[in-house]
Design a protein around this ligand. Sequence first.
Ligand SMILES: Nc1nc2c(ncn2[C@@H]2O[C@H](COP(=O)(O)OP(=O)(O)OP(=O)(O)O)[C@@H](O)[C@H]2O)c(=O)[nH]1
Ligand SMILES: [Mg+2]
Length: 318
Amino acid sequence: MQDVATLVAQAREGRPRAVARLISLVEGASGQLREVMAALAPLAGRAYVVGLTGSPGVGKSTSTSALVTAYRRTGKRVGVLAVDPSSPFSGGALLGDRVRMSEHASDPGVYIRSMATRGHLGGLAWAAPQAIRVLDAAGCDVVLVETVGVGQSEVEIASQADTSVVLLAPGMGDGIQAAKAGILEIGDVYVVNKADRDGADATVRELNHMLGLGESRAPDDWRPPIVKTVAARQEGVEEVVEALEKHRAWMEERGVLAGRRLARAAKEIETIAVTALRERIGDLHGDRRVSALAERVVSGELDPYGAADELVAGVTRH
Ligand SMILES: Nc1nc2c(ncn2[C@@H]2O[C@H](COP(=O)(O)OP(=O)(O)OP(=O)(O)O)[C@@H](O)[C@H]2O)c(=O)[nH]1
Ligand SMILES: [Mg+2]
């Protein structure tokens, strides 16, 4: 068993096994989680984090793989995190992704990791940022995070990425669905994939129309572009990279990127703190202190808010 400092040094040299080991340590909330995170703190914050989301089968993994190819052409090191918020098992459901990503498997400039978050303490909000930080500290210039769009997870992933890409495909009834799911509020870049199929232009028009509705943008605001792709044939992918780079430059010029990262860190701290608090309070279940407080509430000596304050003060005091 290697110590954390050695693992971190090896990860920075680009050794995939060390990167994988570090992700396992943070993902499993192991006893070494805190030590790993402390060691990584000064090394992270350089990677550009791009989230990709969309309905099942829309082509997220194929697009992710195509983006890896495009970024590798420019010599960038790329990390890929495929997150499945519906599964408690890492691996299984994402097996197909490994096949789609297999062309990158032997490339030392690419790290690919899949992660299941159901049943995870704090789910996606908790688990993904830790893994992103490992990939970032390991020297990835770009980290691509793929999440299946299942309601809340889309919004969560959007809050963790510097830039959010929302994918749609023709003929999936996606347009309307997207509007309902509130997906139109989270995309910085929209991709209509499977443009080799009928209806791609109609999907673009529909999307354009919906993005325009209720528009009250200032001239300087970001207008999310819509890019058509055939990810399976690498078509349009350079345009997606261009759109990403434009968005990044736009954010950097206006301090938006720094703002998003601050908001993200604040959210993360909150999630960790609330999770810790909930665990401690959960541990008190049936505890004498809780029953004593309950008796005082029932007898009218104390109100439930006062009792809760006492409980919180009790678990936060060391
Ligand atoms: N015709 C066509 N098919 C595509 C294109 N891109 C992806 N596909 C196919 O669409 C299917 C789903 O692609 P994936 O990349 O696995 O989609 P996904 O969104 O990652 O799917 P989940 O992770 O299961 O939600 C696969 O059979 C792909 O080969 C495309 O541009 N055109
Ligand atoms: Mg996929």
